[in-house]
Write a protein that binds this ligand. Structure first.
Ligand code: CAA
Length: 255
């Protein structure tokens, strides 16, 4: 692939956005390649978790402004511009964003499509679309508001200011902040740990947590309980609990 580097380490796929000349600006070629990678690893039994990262300077500086500038309304509407990124949001296997440097506009939105974000202490998040005369178009107004609440989301989207890693962690946008030099190792270790668990269980956790944004509490609790019940049909539940009782490490079959 031209704009995406892919490698696998054990049961983890590491995807690296690779347009250094444009600070990993998200163009249609990159979207196509990332969609392809999601389809490949999403159906590969040997892969249990995915890490998505960029460069030291930029996770991604947003949608590609040069590609977007000449677009017109009819073309954008008919093509449903940016709908293609939903392949990332709908990935069923755990997906961690490892963010160093700029995560702006579509870059911040892409990171928020992942299940959680681990940030380097150099990370800077922002939704600067307002400075271009537009608004977020890959989910920023929705996912950022759910992540950090109305006050901060309004502040970020209306002023276009950036948030540093410490503020992002305080606000609940990122799950942990680590020194830049430890970013990939930390994200890969988290992914490796997840990939060692029972895959149906990790997938159900994603499904259940993600339902929070779409449903009320009573329905969400019922859904979680039904998924919970269904796991008693798996050998991994028997193995996981037997391993605890026998004081040994579980060896899950459905990985
Ligand atoms: N699109 C296209 N090219 C971009 C880009 C983008 N989003 N961001 C950076 N680049 C390019 C620059 O044009 C420059 O290319 P040239 O060398 O050919 O001039 C190269 O990457 C390096 O960038 P800078 O020279 O600007 O680097 P810097 O260190 O001085 O500044 C920055 C870094 C503050 C991130 C600055 O590049 C910047 O503000 N980028 C744009 C950020 C932005 O507005 N993102 C939102 C895009 S809209 C969007 O994402 C809509 C959506 O919701 C989906």
């Amino acid at each position: 692939m031209k704009t995406l580097k892919t490698e696998t380490r054990g049961r983890v796929a590491l995807l690296t956005l690779n347009r250094p000349e444009a600070l990993n600006a998200l163009n249609s070629e990159l979207m196509g390649e990332l969609r392809e990678a999601m389809a490949t690893y999403g159906t590969d039994d040997r892969i249990g978790a995915i890490v998505l990262t960029g460069s030291e300077k930029a996770f991604a500086a947003g949608a590609d402004i040069k590609e977007m500038q000449p677009r017109d309304y009819v073309g954008a509407y008919v093509e449903d511009l940016f709908e293609g990124w939903s392949a990332v949001a709908s990935m069923r296997k755990p997906l961690i964003a490892a963010v160093s440097g700029y995560a702006l506009g579509g870059g911040c939105e892409l990171a928020m499509m992942c299940d959680f974000i681990i940030a380097a202490d150099t990370a800077k998040f922002g939704q600067p679309e307002i400075t271009l005369g537009i608004i977020p178009g890959m989910g920023g107004s929705q996912r950022l508001t759910r992540a950090v609440g109305k006050a901060k989301a309004m502040d970020m989207c209306l002023t276009g200011r950036m948030m540093d890693a410490a503020e992002a962690e305080r606000s609940g946008l990122v799950s942990r902040v680590v020194p830049a030099a430890d970013l990939i190792a930390t994200a890969m270790a988290a992914a490796e740990k997840i990939a060692g668990f029972s895959m149906p269980a990790t997938m159900m956790i994603k499904e259940s947590v993600n339902l929070v944004d779409e449903t009320g509490l009573a329905e969400g609790l019922r859904f979680e309980r039904r998924l919970f019940h269904s796991l008693f049909a798996t050998e991994d539940q028997k193995e996981g609990m037997a391993a605890f009782i026998e004081k040994r490490k579980a060896s899950f079959k459905h990985r």
